[in-house]
Design a protein around this ligand. Structure first.
Ligand SMILES: [Zn+2]
Length: 131
């Protein structure tokens, strides 16, 4: 087994740099104003190639979740969760919920981005419940 590891391609590098700085940013279109994820060369909403990296509010809500009871990586001992979070800016990211877990359904629970050290000690974006 091995440690999990971010795989950064050309378009991802500014995002990973912003996460390491504990101030996550995503691409935003200078023409239509929409944020999008994953990063790429064009806006998926209007096909503009005029894009900027902008900071996120850090707020969002859970749109899906799963709890794994099998180990895939040394740094994710079971049980561990994976959540899909729709950010306030629109894009959906995949991450982990840290801290208290909701009773019952996790859907529509409000969360905020927090930064916790990964297995190498580098900040990694996760989310925790708000309120
Ligand atoms: Zn656009």
């Amino acid at each position: 087994m091995a440690q999990s590891q971010a795989v950064a391609i050309h378009y991802d590098k500014p995002m990973w740099a912003s996460i390491r700085a504990k101030r996550m940013e995503l691409q935003s279109c200078d023409d239509c104003g929409e944020f999008h994820y994953p990063p790429g060369p064009t806006c998926p909403h209007c096909l503009s190639m005029t894009l900027s990296w902008k900071p996120l509010s850090g707020r969002g809500k859970i749109v899906s979740w799963v709890v794994y009871h099998r180990q895939y990586f040394d740094d994710y001992p079971p049980p561990f969760n994976v959540v899909a979070v729709q950010l306030a800016e629109g894009p959906i990211i995949i991450t982990n919920l840290v801290g208290p877990e909701p009773e019952g359904s996790w859907i529509d629970r409000e969360v905020e981005i927090v930064y916790e050290p990964d297995a190498r000690g580098e900040p990694l974006n996760r989310v925790r419940l708000v309120g």
